[in-house]
Write a protein of this length. Structure first.
Length: 322
């Protein structure tokens, strides 16, 4: 029997748990694969371009793009964006993903990132896509994360994080942002001589894309105890807990079930496949029958019943059953 390892916190894991306990259960415990959405995929492609352009040998593509106000000034970047769009359209069955309209949106988003102090003037970008792992015994927690672009100044550290969402943060989501607090806490521990500041750069907001956040020592001290509480919770999480905080049950989060054309990926039922190791632990999942088992592995077909909070009663489909 394999030793049970601690489940490590991340900002996205905490956010999911806070907004919908069932979505958290499906994603992190059952590991049910979900359909990707176009917005998230566009963000991944933009991140890829930014990461490449920070590499010394690829910086030559930056100025032609900025001067011409389009990524089409660089044939190489243009080809990469189109290749990524076509790949995602095919992989996730998203016919709108590789259209000219989507390419133009990608063009605009990438330009927003490049036109906002991309190289960190008067600072130094030592390690883009910086991965951190904080482990604390008192209070007890473990949290992992990736900083898109930490920029080191003499006494300050600015952590730039790119966002592809349509709307900016507001209210509690801004003032007590978990991701920003996690970045700030990590920065304080890793670079104690620098004062951290987090800058969220919203790529779909060309005029005023930035939202900046700072936290004082007292706030970060309290945040560590919050992390300890959540760390304990996720490492003792049960199916009963999974049904304790549906997004549907709160006015603030109920829109995450469905709004407009958006649907939570765990709302409806569907068939999926999982690749399991010799101990029946999930290695990965797929919405298609395309997984290949190696030695000691097996592929199993499963059926997800849909969200219990939206389960239909037996007589829901009978319009004449009074």
């Amino acid at each position: 029997m394999a030793e049970q390892k601690d489940k490590i916190l991340s900002a996205s894991r905490i956010k999911t748990l806070e907004t919908c306990s069932w979505s958290y259960w499906c994603n992190y415990h059952l590991k049910v694969p979900q359909q990707q959405n176009e917005g998230a995929l566009r963000g991944t492609i933009a991140h890829l371009i930014f990461e490449l352009l920070l590499v010394e040998r690829h910086k030559k593509h930056y100025w032609p793009i900025v001067k011409a106000c389009t990524i089409e000034a660089s044939p190489s970047i243009t080809r990469l964006v189109w290749k990524s769009l076509k790949r995602d359209a095919k992989k996730w069955d998203l016919p709108n993903m590789d259209t000219q309209e989507t390419f133009e949106l990608m063009d605009q988003m990438i330009l927003v990132g490049l036109n906002n102090d991309f190289f960190g003037a008067r600072g130094e970008i030592k390690a883009p896509e910086y991965e951190f792992l904080l482990e604390s015994e008192e209070p007890k927690y473990k949290i992992r994360g990736f900083m898109d672009k930490p920029i080191h100044y003499k006494k300050k550290l600015k952590i730039v994080d790119y966002k592809s969402s349509k709307y900016k943060f507001r209210g509690e989501e801004l003032t007590s942002n978990i991701q920003a607090m996690a970045y700030s806490l990590a920065a304080k521990k890793i670079w104690p001589d620098h004062t951290p500041e987090v800058e969220f750069l919203f790529l779909r907001h060309g005029r005023k894309p930035a939202q900046n956040l700072k936290f004082n020592n007292d706030q970060l001290f309290g945040f560590e105890y919050f992390l300890a509480e959540v760390f304990s919770k996720i490492n003792n999480f049960t199916e009963k807990d999974a049904k304790s905080n549906y997004a549907k049950g709160t006015k603030k989060n109920s829109w995450m079930c469905k709004i407009g054309s958006w649907r939570c990926p765990y709302l409806e039922s569907y068939t999926y496949w999982q690749l399991l190791d010799k101990d029946d632990k999930v290695i990965k999942g797929s919405l298609k029958e395309d997984l290949v088992a190696g030695e000691g592995q097996k592929v199993v077909k499963k059926f997800y019943d849909g969200c219990p909070a939206h389960a239909k009663k037996d007589n829901d489909d009978d319009l004449f059953d009074f």
